[in-house]
Write a protein that binds this ligand. Structure first.
Ligand SMILES: Nc1ncnc2c1ncn2[C@@H]1O[C@H](COP(=O)(O)OP(=O)(O)OP(=O)(O)O)[C@@H](O)[C@H]1O
Length: 673
């Protein structure tokens, strides 16, 4: 280790060139929800400072709503877009902004594809994220090592499970989430309540594993709600929050001492985390009844009750001037000057684009083939409906009445069957969540995803279309030539693929399942209404519905092509017996409002064009979200900060006076997210 001391200046630079690890310092972090309408700006975090270092595991604790997740998100660069953060974050000696998805972060929600097994999930993730030059044996060792490390051997070949599939337990899911994050051996790991919902044994196992990771040179920061004494004892550092303010920050072992000095000694045999939360929540009865403690502070009323605000204020104030705060300040100053590894280099361990493409396509294909909702239920319904259509319109013939029957049958097949694609929506939402979580970085990331998504779904769309096309064609007996049968199948493939693409776009914009489903159903409904089934296209109101909706509507082109395929070259019986036969072309023009001067193959080509356009739109949406949104957001942050920092109500003191060269006023002026 090389230590540089620049005499004559305040700066002490400690180079840790022979040491891997992440030294994270945050100073005077405030997070607010701006509200310009009634002028009240809500403060979620208030001037928090602290540090995290390698070989240590830190717990962020506090009552529900105290800001644990917000602090974790602020440090990991994952704050939602409606909040503004100010303050300074220094990582390995460099003031920097962590971007969404850059650091290893285990979310509260376990986002995975439920149809895959534990081992498959880890393997696909390793193929996507580990360097292309890693040898196969090395990668296998890394995968099996992660399984062992997280104690997942027993469930390695069991499926994860989803809404229709009973899979691994909650604790195993959580351990799998952690295993996925530690695959790349990150030196900095964030976890949002990893033990929530687990039984005490599972919680202990998870916490113990995190401790082992930390003591292997990693920096681990985890929010945790109310750990048991055993779990609490595994943490090295504690950051205790209440209402977005620091109640305590320092060694976990010294927290009880601090509370005792502040007038709230913990009774023997009480779980320390319970005690802290009871104090903060002013669970006064519980506090006094079980411990016979009557804290001696201002804020105790004549009846002996102690207000929540008084206890919090006391603790905050006591901490501000405590020995732990002094030590923390000194350590923050020290760590701010430690220059360690360049964090950026940790991101460059990704597979090549072709490896990503083949892995994603394969994974998506396997997922869809096992997904009851996406494929099996849908194909069953397609077959059942095709058989129904086939029997209802069996041998439709060429009588005068058959003209209307053919129209209704064609409309049902291309309209309703494509509508059924909505059944794949849960699967699309799941896919998008995994995509956003994985964040395939690199120039090709989004493109690779779009192409793989298309390639993997194409075989299923084709099978479903061929099944529908074959049953209906042979039962209804529209025509006898093979080219007509081929057209029906291709038309269905095109229309179903378009609907799936539209659904993917909706899933990327509206990640909420129910909302997305309603919007998806509405979209298909409008497309059906303007496709010519219910009202002929020439009769549609010109503004909006005819131009442009009917022109960008896949359904209109799909149905038009299907009608041409069915009727051109046909002859139908006249209305009155003995009259001349009715030519199919004439029926199309006069009864269905369809022009016949353009070939049906052009109609199919337009459907394919719409499909390609939608895939392009999907690409731009994902790219926009990846690139432009953060940029626009940083402009918004700057402007908002300029406005709110003028308000006296916004500036409040940090949890302890900043000793970092960057003063709190400077840090407020320098948004980092
Ligand atoms: N993006 C946001 N916009 C508005 N308010 C928010 C936002 N994020 C968090 N909050 C609010 O900030 C407060 C702290 O939320 P946070 O999720 O950080 O609490 P927590 O301590 O993690 O709670 P829990 O233990 O229940 O998960 C809550 O009142 C929450 O409603």
């Amino acid at each position: 280790m090389e230590i540089e001391q620049a005499t004559g200046s305040e700066k002490v630079v400690v180079r840790v060139s022979d040491k891997r690890g992440m030294y994270l310092v945050w100073e005077d972090i405030s997070v607010v929800v701006p509200n310009f309408r009634n002028g009240h700006t809500r403060r979620l975090l208030n001037g928090l400072s602290g540090y995290a270092e390698p070989n240590r595991i830190m717990a962020i604790m506090g009552p529900s709503g105290s800001g644990k997740s917000t602090l974790l998100d602020a440090l990991a660069g994952r704050l939602s877009r409606n909040v503004i953060m100010s303050g300074s974050i220094v990582l390995n000696g460099k003031k920097r902004r962590l971007e969404y998805g850059v650091v290893a972060y285990v979310t509260q929600e376990d986002i995975m594809l439920g149809t895959l097994t534990v081992r498959e999930t880890i393997r696909y993730s390793a193929n996507l994220r580990l360097g292309g030059n890693m040898r196969k044996e090395e990668m296998n060792e890394r995968i099996e090592g992660s399984i062992r490390e997280m104690g997942l051997e027993e469930c390695a070949d069991r499926v994860i499970g989803n809404w229709h599939l009973r899979g691994i337990s909650g604790g195993e899911k959580k351990r799998l989430s952690i295993a996925l994050e530690i695959l790349t051996r990150p030196n900095l790991l964030f976890l949002d309540e990893p033990t929530t919902g687990l039984d005490s044994a599972s919680a202990y196992f998870v916490a113990q594993t995190l401790r082992n990771l930390a003591h292997d040179g990693k920096t681990v920061i985890s929010s945790i709600h109310q750990p048991s004494s055993e779990v609490f004892a595994l943490f090295d550092h504690l950051f205790l929050l209440s209402g977005g303010q620091t109640i305590y920050f320092g060694p976990a072992t010294k927290a009880l001492e601090f509370f005792a000095l502040a007038g709230f000694p913990c009774p023997t045999r009480r779980n320390p985390s319970d005690h802290f939360l009871r104090c903060i929540n002013s669970d006064f009865d519980a506090l006094t009844n079980s411990s016979s403690i009557m804290p001696s502070h201002e804020g105790i009323s004549s009846t002996g009750s102690l207000s929540t605000a008084a206890i919090k204020a006391t603790l905050i104030e006591k901490y501000r001037w405590s020995e732990q705060a002094t030590t923390a300040r000194a350590r923050i100053k020290e760590i701010s000057n430690i220059e360690g590894d360049d964090f950026e280099s940790k991101r460059k361990c990704e597979a090549k684009w072709w490896k990503q493409l083949s892995t994603l396509t394969h994974r998506s294909f396997v997922n869809m083939s096992r997904d009851v909702g996406y494929y099996w239920i849908r194909i069953s319904i397609y077959i059942a409906l095709s058989l129904s259509v086939g029997t209802i319109f069996y041998g439709v013939g060429s009588s005068y009445r058959a003209i209307f029957a053919r129209g209704a049958c064609g409309a049902f097949i291309s309209g309703f069957m494509t509508f059924m694609s909505i059944g794949g929506f849960p699967s699309f939402i799941e896919e998008m969540k995994v995509f956003y979580k994985e964040r395939l970085n690199g120039y090709y990331g989004v493109g690779v995803y779009i192409v793989s998504n298309f390639l993997s779904s194409f075989p299923f769309v084709t099978v479903m279309s061929i099944a529908t096309g074959t049953i209906t064609y042979y039962m209804v007996r529209f025509r006898t030539e093979f080219s007509h049968y081929l057209y029906i199948c291709l038309d269905l493939i095109g229309c179903i693929a378009v609907v799936e693409s539209s659904m993917m776009i909706i899933a990327s914009l509206v990640p909420n399942f129910l909302m997305g489903l309603i919007i998806g159903a509405g979209y298909i409904g409008v497309m059906m209404m303007t496709a010519g089934y219910f009202r002929q296209i020439p009769d549609l109101p010109k503004i909006f519905w005819r131009y442009p909706i009917s022109y960008i509507n896949y359904g209109a082109w799909g149905l038009q092509g299907a009608f041409k395929n069915d009727m051109i070259g046909m002859e139908f019986d006249p209305l009155e017996p003995g009259g001349p036969k009715l030519k199919g072309e004439m029926v199309l023009k006069t009864m269905l409002g369809i022009q016949v001067d353009v070939s049906k193959w052009w109609d199919l080509a337009v459907v394919i064009l719409i499909l390609l356009m939608l895939r392009l739109v999907f690409f731009f949406i994902l790219k926009f979200k990846e690139r432009v949104t953060p940029f626009l957001y940083s402009i918004y942050v700057n402007l908002t900060l300029q406005r709110i920092k003028k308000r006296p109500s916004f500036r409040k003191g940090p949890s302890f006076p900043s000793l970092h060269p960057l003063s709190s006023q400077e840090s407020l002026n320098s948004p980092i997210h």
